[in-house]
Design a binder for this molecule. Structure first.
Ligand code: CA
Length: 180
């Protein structure tokens, strides 16, 4: 799995590069002017980590250009902006997720894994203690008993199980809009 980090702050990209390489990801860094977009558009990446605030072309502009060509590649914004309006705007444009600086490496790593799951061929059954959720058949079992859920309840449960171990704040759940 190859990750492109588009970020102008050496402190942040060096820290990310080191941590992600230890997790066996291949890392490239884009930090300068229009080269960022050129590198992203080579299409060699499985996921982009994209800074919101860049000195040249803005993160959102890079994202827009990138999304025109690569509809499926997940993009996670790294953002110091902390108003809800701006982050919702980022997600409405089709970004897959965002994380606010400063963040814990472990949280970012989990978010990357969530985004990369479909590509790594993970099967569609998720287990949490005695609950089993199947995203192919939309069935939920608690031990042997099948539980009937609405579409929205199913989506919310799937979201929570996929993000297990991560604090899922209400605002983030609402923004990710499971089931809609
Ligand atoms: Ca920046």
């Amino acid at each position: 799995m190859r990750i492109l980090i588009v970020e102008d702050e050496p402190e942040i990209y060096n820290f990310l590069k080191q941590g992600l390489e230890e997790e066996s990801y291949a890392i490239d860094i884009a930090e300068e002017g229009k080269k960022e977009l050129e590198l992203a558009l080579t299409g060699e990446y499985d996921i982009l980590l994209l800074d919101w605030m860049l000195p040249g072309m803005s993160g959102i502009e890079i994202f827009r250009q990138f999304r025109k060509q690569f509809k499926e590649t997940p993009v996670i914004f790294l953002t110091a902006k902390d108003t809800l309006d701006e982050t919702i705007f980022g997600l409405q444009t089709g970004a897959n997720d965002y994380i606010k600086k400063p963040f814990h490496f472990e949280e970012l790593l989990e978010r990357i894994k969530v985004q990369l799951r479909p590509k790594t061929g993970e099967h569609s059954i998720f287990k949490l203690r005695n609950i089993m959720l199947n995203t192919s058949t939309y069935q939920v079992h608690k031990e042997a008993e099948e539980i009937s859920l609405t579409q929205k309840e199913f989506a919310l449960l799937e979201y929570l199980i996929r993000n297990k171990g991560i604090v899922c704040r209400r605002s983030r759940i609402i923004e990710s809009n499971p089931g809609n």
